[in-house]
Design a protein around this ligand. Sequence first.
Ligand code: PLP
Length: 519
Amino acid sequence: MFRQAKWNEPLVFELGAPGRIGIALPELDEEIKVIVGEPRIPSSMRRSAPPQLPELSEVEVIRHFTRLTQMSYGVDNGPVPLGSCTMKYNPRIAWDIAFDSRIAELHPLQDERTVQGLLEIMYELQKWLANIVGMDVCTLHPAAGAHGELVGVLIIRKYHEIKNQLEKKTDIIVPDSAHGTNPASAAMAGFRVIEVPTGEDGNVDMEALKSAVSESTAGLMITNPSTLGLFEERILKIADLVHEYDALLYYDGANLNGIMGYARPGDMGFDIAHINVHKTFSSPHGGGGPGAGPVCIKDRIVDPERNIWLKDLLPGYVVVYDEERGFYRLRGPGPHSIGLLKAFFANTIPLVWAYIYILIMGPQGLRKATEHAVLLTNYFAKLVSEIRGFEIPYGKGRFRKHEVVLSTKPMADEVGVTAEDVAKGLLDVGLYAPTMYFPLIVKETLQIEFTETETPENIEKYVARLREISEIAYKNPLEPKNWPVNTSVRRINVAKANHPKHVAPTWRVFMKKLRGELE
Ligand SMILES: Cc1ncc(COP(=O)(O)O)c(C=O)c1O
């Protein structure tokens, strides 16, 4: 029987007392004071009072966070089958190396001569990533997948600007199965978003795409395999169509784990691709610190007269190797670059993590990872398709890649038990719920991705619970409405939890709301 730990744990701001400390930092010695000098922050921008930080002893901090972890769940507890998130295990050896003080304690303003080792790692990683996605050049600058998308669409914008055709290139096309960040990134870059539907076979509806593409098309963003876990079978035709109108094809690499080592976006006709290293290459997801979303491009001429190439548009820095001097250095951003999209070079720790992962796996290992991920997905899909109340919409009979999208619509229609109820039934026995209600084109959605990390036994256990949930739902449909009962937090009101009136992302906002200063 599973019972999650339940502590009535206050917020860290409600713990401690003024003057209590967990660590005593040494005084700055004179030599460092000379190097650091006077603070360069303009006085108008300095705080008038010290920040209101919690003041706790070491033991209070340790107990607080230990209790929180006991109420939590992560990939070290069991499978986290969040579709489209590729929550694979994060190998400890990569952790040890990425957090080695010789890497983790380097300063971004350090002289290049003193960080040659790290630059060599980044240089190699650029090359490996380019090779894996079949592109020519990568920048490691962006801080996440979504940030990579913004970089991608800004490159598309700049491409048309340099070609003096931005005025007419107003549209970015996005399939309706796309992750919300795709249309959001396109809109942020000033484009009009045109949505194209998905056909019953799970591919983009080609007729609809043909009528959407026009002289106004600046680019098309596609996730392949899609968020339905299906490979876009007409990708070569789509690439030709898009290029016919001098538009660029953008690859959302969130689902690279479904094809890694087997197919490369660059060979499919994509011009730009982002890679979520925290998904495919096992760096921990956001909660573990800043992320990274490298962007790779096919280098091609943009303006022959001025000799401007697509690589000149990349943001931030690229590590280059000066063979004569045997020296690595950072290049960019040049005059045609879209500029800096964050401070400094890149978030190096998740990148070192990805480097170690690729190094350990090697080309054969990466292929094997994909094989196992795909095999397990299809094993799961087969088992679950036999359970009453579940169905697998789109692409009937097709093999899935890294993930499968289930719908509990039959169960919801027949007995009123929804995808949310099913998810809570999983939590109740110590299993993690999948991504829910995404992609938006499927009703009562559960989007499931186990990754190569899981064992067949874990998949069977998951399926057994889904079967049990189905039996309970058809026997006593009111019971699932009460789930979960064994977790530290019972069912929350999701509508309320998403309402701006109730959301307090920081302690300061929470206090302001409490004092009635914010609506
Ligand atoms: C298909 C897809 N595209 C883009 C993203 C955005 O990536 P990130 O979370 O790294 O910003 C996600 C994230 O889950 C995704 O699933």
